[in-house]
Design a protein around this ligand. Structure first.
Ligand SMILES: Cc1cc2nc3c(=O)[nH]c(=O)nc-3n(C[C@H](O)[C@H](O)[C@H](O)COP(=O)(O)O)c2cc1C
Length: 171
């Protein structure tokens, strides 16, 4: 599938089947995350694959947006390894690094027929605590991921776009 078709077709999936993601497909999805660009190539990202019953239970306690998925990917960054902008105090790359890795995950999954939903409605520091992450790791997003259930469908907000003329401006 070419990229524009992939990007046009993808939607946030909020209803998943029980079918587990095959390990070789998960490996491809992780490879897509691995090759995402990061600031200065520091690669200060950390990706957690949550598939155990206990891990999924914790995810459901953290967020109401897990949507019955049996796999959740948590994308995080390492605040000890992220890039710091020397020209702007306090601006660092961790959130951006994690976001582009997550986008790679989302699109590679979709190419494999696997849906996902980017979820930021969860308490980040509590997530770090309940999963026992090291102090330097900052969770950015949860991503329930898996094959669609029979009733999976795009939500109303899908394909509601602001016009390009409003989004884009020449300077
Ligand atoms: C940064 C970000 C945070 C989001 N957080 C949530 C969330 O917590 N729960 C949820 O159901 N969807 C979440 N979404 C999905 C958006 O609601 C969705 O992408 C948007 O409505 C457009 O729909 P589409 O992805 O189907 O095209 C998030 C998306 C992004 C990019």
């Amino acid at each position: 599938m070419n990229f524009m078709k992939l990007a046009e077709n993808r939607y946030s999936m909020r209803s998943f089947s029980d079918k587990p993601i095959e390990q070789e497909k998960l490996d491809l999805i992780m490879r897509a995350a691995q090759i995402a660009p990061t600031a200065c190539n520091y690669q200060a990202i950390k990706i957690y694959v949550i598939r155990s019953e206990e891990g999924i239970k914790k995810a459901n306690e953290l967020s109401r947006c897990i949507f019955g998925a049996n796999t959740v990917i948590m994308v995080a960054y390492d605040k000890n390894g992220e890039w710091h902008n020397p020209l702007e105090e306090g601006i660092t790359s961790g959130q951006q690094d994690a976001s582009i890795a997550a986008a790679h995950i989302m699109f590679e999954a979709w190419e494999l027929g696997i849906g996902s939903c980017w979820v930021n409605l969860f308490p980040n520091s509590k997530a770090a605590e309940v999963y026992g992450l090291p102090e330097n790791i900052v969770p950015v997003l949860l991503m329930p991921i898996g094959y669609p259930s029979e009733s999976a469908h795009p939500a109303k907000l899908h394909k509601q776009y602001r016009p390009i003329s409003e989004l884009v401006e020449e300077l």
